[in-house]
Design a protein around this ligand. Sequence first.
Ligand SMILES: Cc1cc2nc3c(=O)[nH]c(=O)nc-3n(C[C@H](O)[C@H](O)[C@H](O)COP(=O)(O)O)c2cc1C
Length: 395
Amino acid sequence: MAGVIRNVADARRRARRTLPRVVYDYVDGGADDEITMAENERAFRDIAFRPRVAVDTGEPDLTTTVLGTRVSMPVLLAPCGLVRLMHPDSALGVGRAAAAKDTIWVLSSVAGVTLEAAAPAGGRRWFQLYASGGRREAEETIERAKAAGYEALVVTVDTPALGNRERDARHGVGTPMRLDAHTAIRLGPQVLARPRWSLRMIRSGVSMLKRPSRPTDVAARAGTDLETASSFYTHASPFTWADIAWVRERWAKPLLVKGVLTGADAVQAADAGADAVVVSNHGGRQLDGAAATIRALPEVVDTVSGRIEVLMDGGVRRGGDVLKALAMGARAVLIGRPYLYGLSADGQRGVERILDILRSEMARSLRLLGCASVSELDRSYVEIPERTGGLANRS
Ligand SMILES: Cc1cc2nc3c(=O)[nH]c(=O)nc-3n(C[C@H](O)[C@H](O)[C@H](O)COP(=O)(O)O)c2cc1C
């Protein structure tokens, strides 16, 4: 068995060895030339810490609240599609890991598990809505999310069309990833090369070959099984700010808008009644060339903080990255790929391992920063490079 997972990069290597290439590339890949995806990680390196030395911090306090919910640390699990392909623990394992580590997890509309089936995972659960099927479908999904006890709704708005994921296309599975009998046969060698993954999948009864039984049945669609999940996007019709206001009227609990990159759009979200925005470019999987999220964050914070909460995701790979985002005004961050790598490597335990790693990295970095609590972080702890405009960097 491979060595211990000491950091997110180790988990990524482990995932690469565990998953058939087609699944690994679905997790690891981005849109077009993957510029934005790379920038998300790289841009964190431009930010330098300004530590305060000779301070007795004691054991640093990582707890905070996000929209009124107390969490053990400012790291939430982002909504991610098709998690059942990564490990049979699936969305339930993700939710149980979050519950065990006392943080929030967000179930994707296309997780490959229905929102009712994922609910027993427990913990603080939020639901992510792709309102691509229009208001009628959204209404039904919102009612189901209410009935199943989800505590907040996250509406993703950066997907009016699906990003061009060329890694998927090269495997012949296209975007969205669709696995039918023909592709399964063609990808046979990849699958055979990963017997541990294949056995897990066979034992858990995940079929990649079934056809959707009722593809147009709304109730069966949102947060549904793998086949219909992967056909979900093909019906996309974009949701507008008026639709967000419409959702607001139907959803009394916290409402977040995910995928905002500018101050002006954050104002639109607040005006439509959102309680928070997630500064996100979908992990670089949608519009390639969009700015790194850590770079987009200050403008959004400066425009709407005080009015609504600002969260961010994209490129967070170390506890120090979390601290930089918080110092720049994020309430909390979400992680996507890091926990998917953990899930792929070791199911629920792998997700917990990633959360433990980030927690200990944050605690150590806070001590080294001379800061006793995440709630004390502000811009005085970081040196933010001058904006160089667009994606240009100084190297
Ligand atoms: C495999 C994968 C599937 C994703 N599926 C969804 C999804 O269904 N809905 C959504 O809002 N975002 C989705 N995202 C985006 C994540 O929620 C998050 O914005 C992104 O992963 C953050 O970047 P990071 O992976 O660098 O942490 C997905 C990301 C990945 C990697």
